[in-house]
Design a protein around this ligand. Structure first.
Ligand code: ATP
Length: 283
């Protein structure tokens, strides 16, 4: 188990994260928040690129700082800005990284073939990455994070640059990978995680706001989400969520904390509703 105990991270006087407690067992964890909420700060602490100002992070009860290389051997990490060599093919590039990670040459060759198959790049494994799309590069990034068969896979905004088809493929791949490892991924795109995350983590005002299953989080807004074609008639305090144009009419979705019996119907809350409501006034 990976445990974040009472962790605070400050940058000089600025508190990026405060008193965070989290526990991770095998499964998919989605860090969902708008930019600036502290997702990358947490990920950098989990990958030992930064250290908490206060508190501790434990793997199987031991401080990851003390475990040092032993801990880094069991993590796979895809950073937000993933650097690669344009003139390398995926096979060359992964071979190079495998050597850096100290993976035996023979094992690496087999593993790289398996991984390129998994991410669907086996037919271009010898092509230079110069001409690859953003999505293809991202898939190379995911493959490199899996080279050491990590027990903890950490992906920072892994779906950036992926088209809708690639997003679906990515979700299926992640579900498969999470059976025997911890997968932690950060995103500000609700649909990336609502179907695959066992647990969704939301920060608000630099503190932990939700850490629960998508269905439990949605339930917190039960009875508070409405849709109406006549938003101008809604006379209770409300937060506008989304709108959809149909012909000359606009269907507006809104959240109201008090019961509303006017020209609107109650609808089932989605994770997107909760996200829009929670971050209505900023991170
Ligand atoms: N090195 C730093 N020095 C000062 N402030 C920082 C530093 N790194 C991050 N911050 C601030 O801490 C807050 C959290 O940043 P962080 O990068 O963790 O957010 P995020 O949710 O990951 O957003 P993004 O997706 O844009 O990276 C932001 O307000 C950011 O400006």
């Amino acid at each position: 188990m990976l445990a974040v105990n009472n962790v605070t991270k400050k940058y000089k006087d600025f508190i990026a994260l405060e008193d965070i407690d989290l526990e991770f067992d095998n499964g998919v964890y989605g860090l969902l928040a708008p930019n600036g909420a502290g997702k990358t700060t947490l990920i950098k602490m989990l990958t030992t690129l930064l250290f908490p100002t206060k508190g501790e992070i434990l793997w199987e009860g031991m401080d990851i700082r003390a475990l040092d290389e032993k801990y880094r051997d069991i993590i796979g990490y895809l950073p937000q800005e993933f650097g690669y060599y344009k003139n390398h093919s995926p096979q060359q590039f992964l071979g190079y990284l495998a050597a850096l990670k100290g993976i035996d040459r023979h094992d690496a060759k087999k593993k790289i073939t398996e991984l390129l198959e998994l991410v669907g790049l086996n037919d271009v494994m010898n092509k230079k990455m110069r001409k690859f799309s953003g999505g293809m590069i991202q898939r190379v990034g995911i493959a490199q994070a899996l080279l050491n068969d990590p027990k903890i896979l950490i992906l920072d905004e892994p779906t950036a640059g992926l088209d809708p088809k690639e997003r679906v493929r990515f979700r299926n791949m992640i579900s498969g990978l999470s059976k025997d490892r911890i997968v932690i991924l950060s995103t500000h795109i609700v649909s990336d995680i609502e179907t695959i995350a066992n647990q969704v983590i939301l920060f608000k005002d630099h503190k932990l706001f939700y850490n629960d299953s998508p269905s439990h989080i949605c339930r917190t807004m039960e009875g508070k989400i409405y849709e109406t074609w006549e938003i101008e008639k809604v006379n209770v305090p409300h937060v506008l969520l989304t709108q959809r144009q149909e012909g000359d009419n606009t269907l507006v979705r809104f959240a109201a904390d008090i019961e509303y019996n006017g020209e609107a119907r109650k609808v089932t809350p989605t994770l997107e509703d909760v996200f829009l409501y929670v971050y209505n006034d900023g991170v």
